[in-house]
Ligand binder design. Structure first.
Ligand code: HEM
Length: 368
């Protein structure tokens, strides 16, 4: 199939270093590390700096679609084939908090058996390619300067109780002063305060851009099979915290009985002005370029939260957008800061928990 859209071609020039970027990145990473250390001191166990709470660790397959048009036959998706994957479902905060607190949720995919050298020198010989997705199309703090403001705000309120986090979350639903405090007032921040919905009915996004072979794209994963499509928008209600802990229980119960399929999609950049790489807070308009299916993510029935799975997912594994081949290099300052932030968080977590820092080579490395 021929396509006449003017897809922007990847070159080094699509990225533009931001003013004082190295210093801003250092301040973000230092602030995150301070918060992470304080969280460790409270719990006596190191967790991720972000997405600390897991709702399940799964194995499955990523099947690249047959007959893709040339603009989508890029990188991992160049040929129809099947890759084993490991998936971790999470909530965004860097602390273990109640499921009752509305929060952004994550779906991290580690694709196994990916040939070719990887971008990070220390990861070069590994065979994994990670795609990290969150259930919102954009990140409100879309470049490092904005992110530093948000991180400074987060550091000030870190350690607050679940109750105060609930209040903050409610405040985010409408009140202006919290939004003002981080210097941002937009739809993503408001989404943090929306009611709890079923995690498995969500559509998840890379929020920021990455290289897509010859082009640039944002990725997303949308519910495909009926069982997860029917969960889209399902609100979880309740009067007590116990009612809400069922968010995790629901995920566990779902996979005891059902398989889930999601469609992995790429939205290619056609206009760097209206679909910027250096500001990940901008929604790329679908009118300029649709989300196009490139692969199917299949997650069969399984026990997603056995003790061995939980420990392996939380303490051993590290998902990182920089665990990638050159064809899927993360782009923009918000991605460049992640190169340092994920390394610092993962190193601290593994050192403190005396856990091996290894990348799986096959699904047989993942405990049942
Ligand atoms: C731009 C879009 C972003 C997306 C889609 C995203 C998504 C995710 C997801 C899904 C996880 C959980 C991975 C897992 O299950 O292990 C995660 C972890 C993490 N994120 Fe992000 N994130 C984004 C931006 C950022 C930024 C800007 C920072 C910091 C500057 C950051 C810092 C972290 C850290 C430190 C971890 C934990 C790493 C570890 O200990 O292994 N993220 N992120």
């Amino acid at each position: 199939m021929s396509d006449t859209r003017p897809y922007v071609r990847y070159s080094d020039a699509v990225e533009v270093l931001q003013p004082d970027e190295a210093e801003v990145i250092q301040r973000i990473v230092e602030s995150m590390s301070r918060v992470n250390r304080a969280t460790f001191e409270r719990h006596g166990h190191a967790t991720r700096d972000a997405h600390a709470k897991s709702h399940g660790l799964l194995v499955g397959t990523l099947t690249v679609k047959e007959g893709l048009p040339a603009h989508l036959r890029q990188g991992l998706f160049a040929e129809p084939r099947e890759y084993p994957v490991v998936v971790r479902l999470s909530s965004a905060p860097g602390d273990i908090q109640s499921d009752a607190i509305p929060s952004l949720r994550g779906l991290a995919i580690k694709v196994l058996g990916v040939p070719g050298p990887k971008v990070l020198p220390e990861h070069r010989e590994e065979t994994t390619q990670d795609f990290l997705l969150v259930n919102h199309p954009v990140i409100p703090f879309g470049h490092v300067k904005a992110y530093l403001k948000a991180q400074s705000f987060a550091e000030r309120r870190s350690g607050s109780s679940d109750l105060s986090k609930q209040v903050t979350s409610a405040v985010l639903r409408g009140a202006k002063h919290v939004l003002g405090a981080v210097g941002v007032e937009n739809e993503t921040v408001k989404a943090l305060g929306t009611p709890n919905t079923h995690l498995l009915g969500q559509t998840f996004h890379s929020m920021a851009a990455l290289r897509f072979g010859d082009y640039l794209a944002k990725l997303s994963a949308a519910p495909l099979s009926d069982e997860v499509r029917r969960l889209a928008g399902e609100t979880i209600r309740g009067d007590t915290e116990a009612d809400f802990s069922t968010l995790t229980d629901r995920v566990v119960t779902f996979f005891r009985e059902h398989e889930a399929r999601y469609e992995l999609r790429a939205q290619l950049c056609t206009d760097l002005g209206r679909m910027p790489v250096e500001d990940a807070s901008v929604v790329w308009p679908e009118a300029l370029s649709p989300h196009e299916a490139v692969a199917t993510l299949t997650l069969p029935r399984q026990d997603v939260r056995s003790p061995a799975r939980r420990v392996y997912g939380d303490d051993v594994l590290s998902f990182n957008p920089w665990h990638c081949v050159e064809a899927h290099r993360p782009l923009g300052s918000i991605m460049r800061v992640r190169r340092h932030a994920y390394e610092a968080s993962s190193r601290f977590r593994h050192e403190m928990n005396l856990a091996p820092r290894v990348e799986p080579r096959s699904v047989s490395d993942i405990p049942a």
